[in-house]
Ligand binder design. Structure first.
Ligand SMILES: C[S@@+](CC[C@H](N)C(=O)[O-])C[C@H]1O[C@@H](n2cnc3c(N)ncnc32)[C@H](O)[C@@H]1O
Length: 415
């Protein structure tokens, strides 16, 4: 597309709004597009690509430009990442700036800059990962995520859906690990497709789909999705229960639970009970103590495993916010654990890559007694899923092409 001064100005304005990092970048961009309703699809596309492109390589680009501001960052992105020639940029930037950017070399930069991660994140990863692995992870997190969907087995079969989508000319394949997943090569507007509208498909990263598999909820059981949010995992768990038994969907956020309702209606599930709770210590939670067969805790977390989709998150989190989250996670998992019968199963999961939000929370619970770790690799092997990351599930975009994802399975051994 042809870059014009007004288009560059619009992208600069949008980036300026995003860079105060007070609100999620996608929400800021949506509001920006609502205010600039007359923008055509191609112009919107450029603005979004420039904003997300800069966010993905923000640390490197900030290093490359002498005085980083939204406009110079976009110019650096156009030259360094998009490969635009200096001549094409003549009317937008002084030759000295273009020369300066063009001559900057990536060699010798600190690991955190090359990996596009905050220094504090690299410091937290270093005790458990080599520098080469941190770099590979950081690089994978810079790439846009593919579009994964889960096929609702209550309505149809994966093979049927695959054949239909391929017959419609879509580039789509089955996911390597989830038995319900399909992965698109491009990003079709799937939420307007009849298979989405009739509840046969839900958008869900493959890693998230695996949680329902690890919970192994059975027909007729009493189950709780403790942090259900908009219900992505609730729907997957409900399908494994064949819409029988009872599946409580708890959350403290009314707006998120409200988003579950239309999805539930599309899904055809009739066993889900959404419940707004005030906190993990709500009386509604206490009333169910010792009564449930399975509990899923998809805990509120830093989201650092989802940087492919939300590259701004790393600048909106801090070592302090992660410490607060870890305290909340420990409190939630303890409250959720009390719901289980002896012999019941707890799955604790996050989309974080930090041990502090993952292994440390699980180890803390096990150390308190009454829970035993059940190796995830054994459960996956029983389902013939070719995935072995050890006793806890640790998915990485660098290795598995999913979001960064963590899950552990625990069995309640005593009251
Ligand atoms: C990672 S999100 C869950 C996403 C959801 N499971 C899905 O698949 O769409 C974490 C959720 O935990 C909720 N949450 C935060 N504090 C909570 C608490 N004390 N008890 C229960 N849910 C809580 C948040 O509102 C948020 O929806």
């Amino acid at each position: 597309m042809e870059l014009t001064p007004p288009l560059l100005q619009l992208a600069t304005q949008a980036l300026d709004l995003v860079l105060d990092f007070k609100r999620p970048a996608d929400a800021v961009l949506s509001a920006f597009f609502r205010e600039n309703r007359k923008l055509g699809a191609r112009d919107r596309g450029f603005v979004a690509e420039a904003v997300f492109g800069v966010l993905r390589r923000y640390r490197y680009l900030s290093h490359v430009v002498p005085a980083a501001n939204p406009r110079t960052l976009i110019i650096a992105w156009l030259i360094k990442i998009q490969g635009m020639s200096g001549a094409a940029l003549e009317k937008f930037a002084k030759p000295e700036l273009v020369d300066h950017i063009r001559s900057a070399r990536p060699e010798g930069l600190p690991l955190a800059v090359t990996a596009e991660l905050p220094d504090w994140v690299v410091d937290k990863l270093r005790p458990s990962m080599s520098d080469a692995d941190i770099l590979a992870l950081g690089r994978a997190l810079q790439q846009p995520a593919p579009l994964d969907v889960r096929v609702n087995t209550q309505k149809t079969d994966r093979d049927v859906v695959l054949a239909r989508l391929q017959a419609e000319g879509m580039a789509v394949e089955i996911t390597p690990f989830s038995p319900w997943g399909l992965r698109f090569k491009d990003h079709p507007a799937i939420n307007r497709h009849p298979l989405f509208l009739d509840g046969s498909l839900e958008v869900q990263d493959e890693g998230s789909q695996l949680l329902a598999l690890l919970l192994e909820a059975r027909r007729g059981e009493m189950v709780c999705d403790f942090c259900a949010g908009a219900g992505g995992k609730t729907l997957a768990v409900g399908a494994t229960m064949a819409s029988t038994g009872r599946l409580y969907a708890f959350d403290v956020a009314e707006k998120r639970l409200a988003k579950l309702k239309p999805r539930l209606a599309r899904s055809g599930l009739s066993n889900v009970m959404p419940e707004l709770i005030a906190s993990e210590n709500d009386v509604r939670v206490k009333r169910l103590a010792g009564k449930l067969d399975r509990v899923l805790v998809d805990a509120p977390c830093s989201g650092l495993g989802t940087l492919r989709r939300n590259p701004d998150l790393k600048f909106r989190q801090s070592a302090e916010s992660v410490a607060e989250l870890a305290a909340k996670q420990a409190s939630i998992v303890r409250a959720a654990a009390r719901l289980l019968k002896v012999g019941g199963r707890l799955v604790y999961a996050t989309c974080s890559i930090l041990p502090e939000e993952n292994e440390a929370i699980v180890e803390g619970l096990v150390a308190e007694g009454g829970f035993a770790l059940q190796p995830v690799n054994e459960i996956l092997a029983q389902h013939k899923i070719p995935l072995d990351t050890g006793p806890m599930l640790k998915l990485s975009p660098a290795i598995h092409r999913t979001d960064g994802f963590f899950a552990a399975v625990l069995t309640k051994t005593g009251a």
